[in-house]
Design a binder for this molecule. Structure first.
Ligand SMILES: Cc1cc2nc3c(=O)[nH]c(=O)nc-3n(C[C@H](O)[C@H](O)[C@H](O)COP(=O)(O)OP(=O)(O)OC[C@H]3O[C@@H](n4cnc5c(N)ncnc54)[C@H](O)[C@@H]3O)c2cc1C
Length: 83
């Protein structure tokens, strides 16, 4: 068993991606995040080519596609607000 251990500081996309990758290489990973609620900011996310490729390499692309379909379904089921 590989006894290498790494501490990742920050649970944003970079920290989480790095942590996933290191786990795949057999490292033991500790990830710390300063925000106890792991809040997400912003309203929408644009994902472009390099990000798709990165998600694919991390093995997350299928999960991302399923989540996308789920969000589209939820959006189509919600009534549109009129002002
Ligand atoms: C309003 C807005 C909209 C955006 N929209 C898009 C978009 O549509 N598409 C896109 O690709 N990008 C978008 N971005 C950019 C994207 O959010 C950043 O490029 C990305 O989040 C950077 O990731 P990161 O992991 O490097 O940093 P961050 O997401 O900033 O994560 C760093 C994490 O480290 C934690 N941290 C910091 N210091 C410490 C510490 N000392 N100890 C422990 N934890 C710590 C922070 O709390 C944070 O959770 C947007 C940004 C903003 C602000």
């Amino acid at each position: 068993m590989n006894a290498e251990r790494v501490l990742v500081v920050g649970g944003g996309i970079a920290g989480m991606s790095f942590a996933l990758r290191m786990r795949r290489y057999g490292w033991s990973v500790d990830l710390v995040e300063s925000d106890p609620d792991w809040r997400v900011y912003g309203a929408g996310i644009s994902i472009t080519g390099p990000t798709f490729r990165a998600f694919k390499r991390l093995g997350l692309l299928e999960d991302l596609r399923k989540l996308h379909q789920q969000l589209l379904r939820q959006a189509s089921e919600q009534p549109t607000e009129r002002r």
